[in-house]
Design a protein around this ligand. Structure first.
Ligand code: 2AM
Ligand code: CA
Length: 264
């Protein structure tokens, strides 16, 4: 596989998809819900996923695609080349704010992340990385992260996890909120991974994310020295929804040991 060629191909596909999304604002966007009333999807999410899949299947017939909206392949193993695609990550932001959403894409071979992309469409900021070759914002290389401490950290956490919930004990999360410098929540897992990779935020955690939410951002975060894992400290499995944490390497272990108590 020539990863440089694939990188250029993926970037141009992403930019083209971004143009479609921008144009969609001058058309009628049809919003419906999926697993719950607050789990939104639009005709644009579906159209953009189909746009990617058609092109990838035409140009790389041996590659498989796992897409959020279900138009891709039925992926049961990580063998071969797999594209993990979220056509619009942060659909609620897309619908309500028309900003703060991203195209999220990760290309893996035999389970190893090779190419990662998060495209903030409205800002025209394309974050990308190739394994072992560093991470970039457009053409500018992202520096490695500097060490930090919990007391100086900004923690990306949704208020749902500070309230009683079925995934984690919320009392240790309250301790974390009190101990850290501040908290933020942006509503797009892919962009929150980018905020960690750029040092704007030092930690991001969520109790339920899917492979397409994190596949691209993890490769980018890894290239600047951030660590991604499940809340149990394992490598994300990439075949189902799981807990997730990405953090500056200097606080990752401490976060898991002191502040995360998973419910059985
Ligand atoms: P989405 O916008 O593509 O649905 C919101 O906090 C973040 O979590 C978004 O990245 C959102 O992705 C993701 N998310 C929301 N509901 C989810 C669910 N049921 N499973 C997995 N990820 C979800
Ligand atoms: Ca989505």
């Amino acid at each position: 596989m020539n990863w440089g060629v694939l990188d250029r191909y993926a970037k141009s596909l992403i930019k083209e998809a971004g143009q479609h999304i921008k144009h969609s604002f001058s058309t009628e966007i049809v919003v419906s819900s999926k697993s719950s009333a607050n789990d939104l999807v639009t005709n644009i999410d579906r159209e953009i996923e189909q746009f990617f899949i058609k092109r990838i299947h035409r140009d790389f017939p041996n590659h498989r695609i796992m897409g959020e909206e279900g138009f891709g392949d039925d992926i049961q193993s990580l063998d071969g080349v797999i594209w993990f695609l979220d056509p619009i990550d942060g659909t609620m932001n897309f619908v309500h704010q028309k900003r703060n959403f991203a195209i999220s894409l990760g290309i893996y071979i035999d389970g190893i992340g090779m190419l990662g992309y998060v495209y903030d469409v409205m800002a025209d900021d394309l974050y990308s990385a190739m394994k072992d070759e560093g991470a970039y914002l457009n053409d500018i290389r992202l520096p490695k992260l500097m060490d930090t401490t919990i007391e100086e950290a900004i923690v990306g956490v949704n208020a749902s996890w500070v309230a009683p919930n079925r995934y984690v004990d919320h009392d240790p999360i309250i301790d974390l909120v009190n101990k850290c410098r501040g908290t933020r929540s942006y509503g797009s897992a892919a962009l929150e991974l980018i905020h960690v990779a750029t040092g704007r935020v030092d930690v991001y955690m969520s109790m339920r994310l899917s492979p397409w939410d994190v596949a691209g951002g993890m490769i980018i975060a890894n290239e600047v020295g951030a660590i991604s894992s499940t809340m149990s400290g394992q490598q994300p499995g990439m075949l189902q929804s799981e807990t997730f944490m990405v953090a500056n390497a200097s606080v990752h272990t401490q976060l898991l040991e002191e502040f995360i108590v998973l419910k059985k």
